[in-house]
Design a protein around this ligand. Structure first.
Ligand code: XMP
Length: 508
């Protein structure tokens, strides 16, 4: 399979570049900017993309590149900082001209060489830079410019090296995907072979190679990720797989029954249902710190799986539905830890089971395509994500039985109303949050002092960024009045109107 590696120089949205490449049906992966050149060569990529980054090439702590990378004979595309680094390393000039460009900018194409083949001669692009390339290295042609960047695009078809100051990976660059396609299918000679079917075939072969004839357990939550991971592993090793559904007491109303039902109707894999409510809730008693909650839950999950695996003739492997976004958000070496996803950063160090994670390099939308191809029913494919730590990270402060009941009832109403309005599938997620404050209200002429419930509904492509959903007022009114009237202990409903970034989707 043709692969394009994206070297991550710390841009906020480096993973978007990998996404765009995959949308062109070419496999792409984000790797650290300083991956040794021989390791890169050993991966045999058809192309290399240098991401943007926050630094200046002249900063003391500037991330640099091994010049040997440019001697591999592999096509390279530098984006923003990646272009500046390419120019700086190959003998061009980068200058702080005092003419920064942020946001939409007009780009004028002077010459079609490779990147702008068959694209309009003038177009909008999205810029975000202070430094600029002021002289391209020898053998490069300057093929596009903007009012403030005379060298906005530089290309060396002979060396198959290209630099672009603007960001083709963002939607605000309307021809951005075409530029990426021109790079992939022009100088890189990639074949568009990264398809759902190829993902399945590759995963099945990898799983067989990893686990051989051993017994394997799979932590099944009922969501699309773990169900898809389970189906892939089942396809690879059949009856050696047992699924384990852990009820940790942090599920939504009726969720356990629904998951068991859906599973038994659609799968032929043995399922163990573990009732672990008490052990999770007792470990969470008195805990208010979000990261501590996540660590406790992550660890407790593993302990349950280890116990169940020991019962199953000593299974040594644990399947998880970890996605690429979980991995990135839990903190890679070059990206800060935002929160410890229970199945990545929340894992105990001394776990006995070896992980099998067939979706670790896959984005949510890709997982959904795989799920549909594997025959998962629509209602499971399109289920909104629900985090492993469950309601614990939607209850701010201590998780108690009483507070869980309040949140469960409120959330149930919200789900009903969102579905009734026909908006369930349009929203990435919609749920309620219970903060740790109370406020004064009046009900039936009496004073109340009760919790508010917060409505959180977002649209998103992959959970890496999200926008707050513009829910219709009528729907908001129906949710609010039903929650206040039907859920004891609540006297107020508020709406979260924050995007990600700077907020996150979940409150903890
Ligand atoms: P945030 O809150 O970081 O969430 O914007 C991004 C997406 O990840 C989900 N999420 C989790 N999923 N285990 C999971 O399985 C976790 O620990 C976890 N934390 C957040 C969240 O619901 C959203 O879809």
């Amino acid at each position: 399979m043709d692969t394009v590696l994206v070297l991550d120089f710390g841009a906020q949205y480096s993973q978007l570049i990998a996404r765009r490449v995959r949308e062109c049906r070419v496999y792409s992966e984000l790797v650290p900017y300083d991956m040794p050149v021989d390791e890169i060569a050993a991966r045999g990529p058809k192309g290399i993309i240098l991401s943007g980054g926050p630094a200046s090439v002249y900063a003391d702590d500037a991330l640099s590149i091994d010049p040997a990378l440019f001697e591999l004979g592999i096509p390279v595309l530098g984006i923003c900082y990646g272009m500046q680094l390419m120019a700086h390393t190959l003998g061009g000039t980068v200058t702080r001209t005092g003419k920064s460009e942020f946001g939409k900018t007009r780009l004028k194409i002077n010459k079609e060489v490779a990147l702008f083949n068959d694209l309009p001669a003038e177009q909008t692009c999205w810029m975000s830079h202070r430094d600029s390339v002021t002289a391209a290295p020898e053998s490069f042609e300057v093929t596009a410019s903007t009012a403030s960047s005379p060298v906005a695009v530089m290309e060396s078809p002979a060396r198959r090296m290209f630099g672009i100051q603007c960001h083709p990976e963002v939607v605000h660059t309307p021809y951005g995907t075409d530029v990426i396609k021109n790079f992939l299918f022009g100088p890189c000679h990639c074949q568009p072979e990264w398809t759902t079917v190829s993902i399945i075939e590759d995963s099945v072969a990898q799983i067989r190679g990893q686990v051989g004839g051993e017994k394997v357990v799979c932590g099944l939550s009922g969501g699309v990720d773990s169900s898809t991971a389970a189906l892939l592993v089942y396809r690879a090793i059949g009856k050696n797989l047992t699924c384990i559904f852990v009820d940790h007491g942090l599920l939504r109303k009726n969720e356990a029954e629904q998951v068991i039902d859906a599973f038994e109707n659609h799968f032929h894999v043995p399922l163990v249902h573990v009732q672990a409510q008490e052990r999770f809730l007792s470990r969470l008693a008195g805990v208010t710190d979000p990261e501590q909650k996540r660590k406790i839950i992550g660890e407790e999950f593993i302990r349950v799986f280890e116990e169940e695996a020991a019962r199953l003739e000593g299974a040594r492997f644990l399947v998880q539905g970890t996605l690429y976004s979980d991995v990135i958000e839990s903190g890679t070496r070059d990206a800060a830890r935002i929160k410890s996803h229970h199945n990545v950063g929340g894992l105990p160090v001394d776990m006995d089971l070896k992980l099998v994670e067939p979706l670790r390099h896959i984005f949510k939308d890709e997982a959904r395509s795989v799920a549909a191809e594997l025959g998962l029913p629509d209602q499971m494919v399109w289920r909104q994500p629900f985090p492993g730590p469950g309601l614990a990270i939607r209850i701010i402060g201590e998780v108690t039985g009483e507070r869980l009941d309040i949140l469960r009832e409120a959330d149930y109403i919200l789900q009903e109303e969102v579905r009734r309005a026909g908006l369930y599938r349009e929203l990435w997620q919609s749920f309620c949050v219970l903060p740790a404050i109370r406020s004064v209200g009046v009900m039936g002429d009496e004073r109340t002092y009760a919790y508010p419930v917060i409505i959180r509904a977002v649209t998103s492509e992959d959970a890496m960024t999200a926008d707050w959903a513009r829910l219709p007022y009528d729907l908001l009114e129906a949710i609010s009045s039903r929650i206040i009237n039907e859920v004891p202990g609540v006297n107020r409903v508020a709406l979260d109107i924050s995007s990600k970034p700077p907020s996150t989707i979940e409150w903890e």
